[in-house]
Design a protein around this ligand. Structure first.
Ligand SMILES: Cc1cc2nc3c(=O)[nH]c(=O)nc-3n(C[C@H](O)[C@H](O)[C@H](O)COP(=O)(O)OP(=O)(O)OC[C@H]3O[C@@H](n4cnc5c(N)ncnc54)[C@H](O)[C@@H]3O)c2cc1C
Length: 415
């Protein structure tokens, strides 16, 4: 596959862009692969990429029922940060954040990583104490964060009203190297790199059953026929329960729709990401100028990928005291994605009761930021059959053994 470069752009400009190749191939399925990954979201594609890059395993198919990145990966608000409380979480999210720093060069695809800084506002005394605790934990974990005072918040983000009558800003947990990346580009960049290694990305192909013999996986039934495999990785976020049922086991996961919205584009007014957990909303400004606003999850379990009017109203109402300018903004679009929530709000990267079948799910409202680290850890799990250090604490057995990794505060607002 040709490399993208400034010279390639100049050359193609001179010949009317007639020489670009397809970014990834659309092959016919083979009868059998070493590894099948179900789900071409960011986590599935990153797993495939690091299987090839770190372990030389390239006889891989990534099977996707829709289009790649059409699940939560293409529906999220793209916040990247690693300021989690517990050690296993900080390790995997910081691994992901650090991989994001050089992902564009690594993939030869511009994922538009923008380390513009992320702040989590403290608007109650409880949050002040909580974020100071996280700051201390992060210092021990090697994650760079600092608790900043309201004046610094105002300097970094002048449109914030720090003197709100109900929820004045008392400070914030600031991660200067957090930020955003372009979500589609992350999926496309990984897909292109996987295709370049000879892997098959099979779009519009739904897995409808999991085949097994004597307790070990042998393949999958799809809408394009049966495909055999040595190993199977289920990486389907909100559909994890459905796939687990096909494979004959249950997961401690609930699926629900999480919603977000964007405003009409306005001139640049905010160059950081701000999360306000107490009022339950968060905001950043996209390269196009739209204010990207995240709201809450639906209160009931469902598989809809739609937004709803009352969420728009509730989210904007919650944020307007802290961001008075949004009271006069028109909202352009809103949507939803089906997120996979665990009880402790931490992911599952694990072997399963079915032999040679592995699962990666439970990233809930916050898995975009984790994509490179999750793919790295999942590839190791699939290749070796045992979790490496990054995945070791995230096994399914933690629910049976009561070793929860409680991140309900870090994941408090949906992001
Ligand atoms: C509105 C919203 C805002 C969010 N904001 C943020 C944020 O700011 N920061 C952050 O870190 N995270 C955020 N998230 C969470 C993040 O988007 C997800 O955790 C992450 O994208 C999950 O990626 P994935 O690859 O696991 O899943 P997905 O991207 O959902 O991919 C799973 C794929 O599996 C496919 N699939 C399902 N069933 C089958 C089948 N039977 N056969 C074949 N394919 C199948 C689906 O079509 C889908 O494409 C947000 C999520 C939403 C919905």
């Amino acid at each position: 596959m040709k490399r993208y470069s400034v010279f390639a752009i100049a050359r193609e400009a001179a010949r009317y862009h007639a020489g670009w190749e397809r970014a990834w191939a659309a092959p016919e399925p083979k009868e059998r692969y070493d590894v099948i990954i179900v789900g071409a979201g960011g986590h599935g594609l990153a797993t495939a990429y690091y299987l090839g890059k770190n372990f030389g395993i390239t006889n891989v198919a990534v099977i996707e029922k829709g289009w790649l990145g059409g699940g939560n990966t293409g529906r999220n608000t793209t916040i990247i940060r690693s300021n989690y409380l517990q050690d296993p979480s900080a390790a995997i999210y910081e691994k992901a954040r650090s991989l994001y720093e050089t992902l564009s060069q690594d993939l030869n695809y511009n994922v538009m990583f923008s380390p513009r800084g992320v702040m989590m506002l403290a608007q109650t005394q409880h949050e002040v104490r909580g974020y100071k605790r996280t700051e201390a934990a992060n210092a021990l974990q090697g994650v760079q964060t600092e608790f900043i005072d309201p004046q610094r918040v105002k300097e970094l983000c002048p449109i914030i009203n720090i003197d709100g009558p109900r929820y004045p800003v008392l400070g914030a947990l600031w991660q200067a190297r957090g930020g955003t990346a372009r979500h589609d580009a992350v999926a496309w960049g990984y897909a292109r790199a996987c295709s370049d290694m000879g892997m098959h990305i099979l779009q519009n192909t739904e897995v409808t059953a999991v085949r097994q013999v004597a307790g070990t996986v042998t393949g999958v039934q799809t809408t394009r026929g049966e495909i055999g495999c040595e190993k199977l990785a289920i990486v389907v976020a909100g559909n994890s329960g459905v796939l687990a049922e096909m494979a004959g086991f249950r997961l401690p996961i609930e699926s629900t729709a999480l919603q977000a919205l964007v405003s009409e584009p306005i001139k640049p007014c905010m160059d950081v990401v701000v999360m306000a957990n107490t009022v339950h909303g968060y905001m950043s400004q996209s390269d196009k100028g739209e204010m990207v606003i995240g709201g809450g999850a639906d209160s009931h379990n469902n598989y809809t990928q739609r937004g709803s009017f009352h969420h728009v109203e509730e989210t904007v109402r919650a944020l307007v005291e802290t961001f008075p300018i949004i009271s006069r903004l028109k909202m352009l679009r809103w949507w939803g994605g089906v997120v996979d929530m665990t009880g402790d709000r931490s992911p599952i990267l694990s072997k399963t009761p079915l032999g040679n079948c592995f699962v990666n799910c439970g990233w809930g409202t916050g898995g975009f930021k984790a994509i490179p680290g999750s793919g790295w850890a999942m590839a190791e799990l699939v290749a070796k059959g045992e979790p490496g250090p990054l995945a070791a604490e995230f096994g399914l057995n933690r629910f049976r053994e009561g070793r929860f990794i409680d991140e309900s505060v870090a994941a408090g607002v949906a992001h």
